[in-house]
Design a protein around this ligand. Structure first.
Ligand SMILES: Cc1cc2nc3c(=O)[nH]c(=O)nc-3n(C[C@H](O)[C@H](O)[C@H](O)COP(=O)(O)OP(=O)(O)OC[C@H]3O[C@@H](n4cnc5c(N)ncnc54)[C@H](O)[C@@H]3O)c2cc1C
Length: 220
């Protein structure tokens, strides 16, 4: 898989050895996360808004209500910065100073393009739905024309990106390794729990196989 060009915008300067620019590192981070944060500057004021995203090849898709300020802004082709953070652990060092976190983070840059064409819009919505719960799109009722009209879908071709990752034990100062202080990592994972049925669910409808597989970590 190719690598993003390293430029002043995406070059990791602080702890540069943690920076990575290859799609093979960046895209799995993007794909594992259910949400991202989209940053933009409007009239000099920065905003960073959490939202659902999905990636297909080198494009990120967003969707939302027509009235959403975020969607209105990102469809206008202004510069965007999208961040994704996966927290893997709390790093407990012997000194307060060297405490840290294990993480995989990605920062993506691009500009949004609104998708108007109904078939393309539907395809993008399917990508978003399948990124969250594979199998759901074909199971649930499809959007009506009115629902499609009320939804804005935006594609952001990824122009540039970086990843920054940390893993492993703490890095203490040499003299601190003799201290009688516990050191190590407290791992953190996102927990997916068994589905809870809607109290209004009609009798006889069971959890679909694709959802049971998802809960058991068998995402196809
Ligand atoms: C869970 C977590 C907790 C963190 N806690 C702290 C903290 O408490 N204090 C702190 O100073 N920093 C923390 N960081 C690191 C932080 O994200 C920045 O990397 C760091 O602050 C340096 O920022 P900078 O703008 O000076 O980086 P620079 O190295 O100047 O950034 C240049 C470019 O490198 C890329 N880049 C920088 N950081 C990241 C990143 N995290 N992921 C992907 N690309 C990146 C971007 O493209 C950016 O424009 C944390 C990161 C994570 C993921």
């Amino acid at each position: 898989m190719p690598t993003f060009e390293i430029t002043p915008r995406n070059k990791v300067k602080r702890l540069a050895e943690r920076g990575k620019y290859d799609k093979a590192t960046i895209y799995p981070i993007v794909d594992e996360a259910f949400i991202c944060h989209v940053g933009f500057v409007q009239d000099g004021q920065p905003f960073v808004i959490p939202t659902i995203h999905a990636r297909h090849e080198d494009t990120i898709f967003f969707h939302g209500a027509k009235a959403s300020r975020l969607l209105k802004y990102i469809e206008a082709g202004q510069p965007l910065c999208v961040t994704i953070t996966l927290l893997d652990g709390l790093v407990m060092a012997r000194s307060v100073f060297h405490h840290s976190m294990n993480y995989r983070a990605a920062v993506l840059y691009g500009r949004g393009q609104v998708i108007e064409e109904p078939a393309e819009k539907l395809a993008a919505l399917r990508i978003i739905s399948e990124a969250i719960m594979p199998g759901r799109w074909d199971d649930a009722r499809q959007p009506t024309g009115k629902e499609l009209k009320a939804t804005t879908v935006v594609a952001m071709p990824i122009e540039s990106a970086s990843a920054k990752t940390r893993s492993g034990p703490p890095g203490d100062d040499d003299e601190d390794y003799a201290l009688p202080v516990w050191a190590g990592v407290v791992p953190i994972r996102q927990l997916i729990e068994p589905p809870v049925a809607d109290p209004l669910l009609n009798e006889g409808i069971t959890v679909p196989d694709y959802m049971a597989d998802f809960v058991n970590g068998l995402k196809p």
